[in-house]
Design a protein around this ligand. Structure first.
Ligand SMILES: [Zn+2]
Length: 232
């Protein structure tokens, strides 16, 4: 007698295997670098560079102001030292001091602006770095979870493969070949149950003689439409 009753259980195991293999492959495919994290890191580095350049620009303006202050101090020292007596020379010197003070005032205005710009750049750099950190943490967390899910599924798959091998021994080799062939051709399902005279694999009503043979269960009966092996 042909042994094929074990096919139903084999189908259950194979379906469980298919689901787990698909989940495992899906998890594995998502393991790796994240474009989103890489882009956020690059944006944060760009902000950090902008901050350094803002700070550099502000320092430059500050140095210019210091230099002008130095010149003013020198000129005023000369002006009030009493060493210069010539009124024309004193007037020229006073004019120089006034000119330097106007220059200082405008440089100090620019310094304030540069300070404001550097503060804005610092806030933007901080926010970009925090955003990139948060994304990277979430990504690491997800990677860990994906790796552990894939590992769990590997173990379940190994166990199901053992069950499959032992279950397959209860089925004749030629039946197994037919079943495997149909499974490959029909989305992983090689067997179909009957609901009265309906093949639940393809939802076609079957002739009574086929239904009766399938119900008898002593021979292997295939659905004439979808080829699946019928079980009552
Ligand atoms: Zn069918």
């Amino acid at each position: 007698m042909t042994r094929f009753a074990g096919l139903l259980r084999l189908q259950e195991i194979d379906s469980a295997l298919d689901t787990r293999r698909a989940s495992r492959d899906e998890a594995r495919s998502r393991i790796g670098e994240s474009e989103e994290v890489v882009a956020a890191r690059a944006a944060a580095e760009e902000r950090a560079r902008a901050l350094r350049s803002s700070e550099g620009a502000q320092k430059d303006v500050e140095l210019q102001a210091d230099e002008i202050k130095g010149k003013i101090a020198q000129a005023e020292e000369k002006l009030y030292s009493g060493r210069i007596k010539n009124p024309k020379e004193l007037a020229d010197l006073q004019a120089d001091v006034d000119q330097l003070k106007r220059q200082l005032s405008s440089t100090e205005d620019r310094d304030l602006e540069a300070l404001g710009a550097a503060e804005d750049a610092a806030a933007e750099a901080k926010a970009a770095a925090a955003g990139a950190d948060a994304l990277e943490r979430a990504w690491r967390e997800e990677q860990k979870e994906l790796a552990s899910r894939a590992g769990r599924l590997d173990a379940e798959i190994a166990e199901l493969e053992e069950q499959r091998n032992s279950q397959a021994q209860d089925v004749d080799a030629d039946v197994l070949r037919v079943y495997d062939h149909i499974r490959r051709a029909h989305q992983g399902r090689g067997v179909a149950k009957l609901d009265r005279n309906l093949c639940l694999g393809c939802r076609i009503s079957l002739p009574t003689n086929i239904v009766n043979r399938a119900r008898a269960g002593s021979t292997l009966v295939q659905c004439p439409n979808c080829e699946r092996i019928l079980f009552a």
